[in-house]
Write a protein that binds this ligand. Structure first.
Ligand code: FAD
Length: 452
């Protein structure tokens, strides 16, 4: 007899969903979470006035049915992202205002090159079998190519290339030289294509849960509260014929099976006894995470809206590479989220926090005017130093990894089952993908024990 029927490692969206579904199926579950809070790569700070800031995963979009399903289950409504105005692109010091996804107000050869690159990406996505991208007709060739090489060849106009590089490599919070083209096309395809992943309205940043992601994950955590153990980092998992034993600091728990839902970039920090099969073990060494720094500047009011701006802007190589309006569902302060990714994020994290804030607010003022220079409050969330995320936003595959090791992403290793957004064939990297992976892992565990 174990401590619980099943053990889940990690209380992010994947782990919480798995635990919830197993509990609903009538099983006892222990969730071992390393941090002192649930949520993982989502992290909502709620103020005394009920204001909320999402320091990690924030937005949801159409087609993300599983996160919408959970929100309906727990009575969490959503609200639309503010898009009523123009967005901005800053290239070589010049500001371009535009609507939609492609900045047509730029020089025609720049916009035209961006449009043809999007067409090409859409075409490539259509050829990817998302359950097994390593079986795509051009899988080997694309997996031997970096995103940087593809951009060099297919996006000859320098300004177009630097914008697309920032948008694409930025999504994986890495340099374009680090990323397998096959991985990039697979991730885009898993979410329906580049228009969804890089878009806002009707796309990946279409809406937000009222109250932030925490409005949902706290309710999920409450539903499994009897079995939720915080400050319990799993250090080792051993399995035998009858079950699994998970050792955390100062605690050992036993169950029939375990679902590991930690980011794949840090799954190798757990010791597995006996050792995992070679391909799974080596996969853990080959899917790193990137670097992301997410800041928020809070003002009395969203003054950019009066200037006809959405608050959305992209400016490669500045200290505020991407900005987006992150205001609450009704009123409250004006909030700009500033997201810096990959090499820019790493450069900024080497600065002292006060210097970093000054560099970022100066970049904001250049774009949005002097009002932006002195926010009422400025927050900084540096995911690169989050030990139990291993960086952010998501783990990616460098060249050669998907075709050699991708097949090991999902299959269980004996009594060890794998969840986490990186194991989802649909909406890889999104909160919705995490939820899907948790539901899949719970089904898998139940099916395995039904057969046994
Ligand atoms: C800055 C940022 C912005 C993002 N924006 C969006 C967005 O707008 N929309 C979107 O859909 N997605 C977004 N994402 C991605 C999204 O947050 C993730 O895809 C999702 O939260 C992953 O959930 P998960 O459960 O798979 O992993 P995680 O949330 O990482 O959960 C894993 C859990 O395991 C725990 N853990 C780790 N190691 C151990 C251990 N040894 N023992 C026990 N517990 C352990 C961790 O503490 C964590 O709680 C963003 C991410 C970041 C960082």
């Amino acid at each position: 007899m174990g401590d619980a029927d099943y053990i889940v490692i990690g209380a992010g969206f994947a782990g919480l969903t798995a635990a919830l579904r197993l509990t609903q199926a009538g099983h006892s579950v222990l969730v071992m979470e390393a941090r002192d809070r649930p949520g993982g790569r989502t992290f909502t700070e709620v103020g005394v006035d009920n204001s909320y800031i999402d320091h990690g995963g924030t937005w949801i979009g159409p087609g993300q049915d599983r996160i919408h399903g959970l929100m309906a289950e727990f009575g969490v409504p959503s609200y639309k992202q503010y898009v009523d105005g123009e967005s901005m692109m800053l290239v070589d010091g010049k500001i371009y205002r535009y609507g939609g996804t492609i900045p047509w107000s730029m020089r025609p050869w720049v916009s035209g090159n961006l449009a043809t690159a999007f067409l090409e990406l859409r075409r490539m996505c259509a050829s990817i079998p998302v359950e097994a991208p390593w079986e795509a007709a051009r899988a080997r060739r694309w997996d031997a190519t970096t995103l940087a090489q593809w951009l060099e060849r297919h996006v000859p106009v320098r300004r177009a290339r630097s914008l697309l590089e920032m948008a694409l490599a930025g999504s994986y919070t890495s340099a374009a030289t680090e990323l397998s083209l096959l991985f990039v096309v697979y991730q885009l395809a898993s979410a329906g294509g580049p228009d969804f992943v890089l878009g806002v309205e009707g796309a990946a940043e279409d809406a937000r849960p009222v109250g932030g992601m925490g409005a949902l994950y706290h309710q999920m955590a409450a539903r499994v509260a009897d079995g939720l153990c915080l400050r319990a980092p799993a250090r080792s998992i051993s399995q035998d014929r009858a079950g699994v034993t998970v050792r955390c600091d100062g605690r050992e728990v036993r169950g029939s099976r375990v679902i590991v839902s930690v980011p794949i970039a840090i799954a190798g920090q757990i010791i597995y006894e006996p050792a995992l099969p070679a391909d799974r073990s080596l996969l853990h060494q080959r899917m790193p995470s990137g670097a992301v720094l997410k800041c928020h500047a809070l003002y009395d009011e969203p003054f950019w809206r009066a200037d006809g701006l959405t608050g959305q802007s992209a400016a490669p190589e500045t200290a505020a590479a991407v900005t987006i309006d992150a205001g609450m569902h009704q009123g409250g302060p004006g909030v700009l989220a500033i997201v810096n990714e990959g090499p820019t994020a790493r450069r900024l994290t080497r600065m002292a926090p006060a210097d970093r804030e000054a560099a970022i607010t100066e970049a904001l003022a250049h774009r949005f005017g002097p009002n932006a220079l002195v926010p009422e409050r400025f927050t900084q969330q540096d995911w690169t130093v989050e030990r139990y995320s291993g960086g952010g936003m998501i783990s990616h595959a460098p060249p050669g990894v998907l075709t050699e090791f991708g097949h090991a992403l999902r299959p269980p290793c004996g009594r060890i089952h794998w969840a986490g957004t990186e194991t989802s064939a649909v909406m890889y990297g999104f909160v919705d993908g995490a939820v899907r992976s948790g539901e899949r892992a719970a089904r898998e565990v139940l099916a395995a024990d039904a057969v046994a």
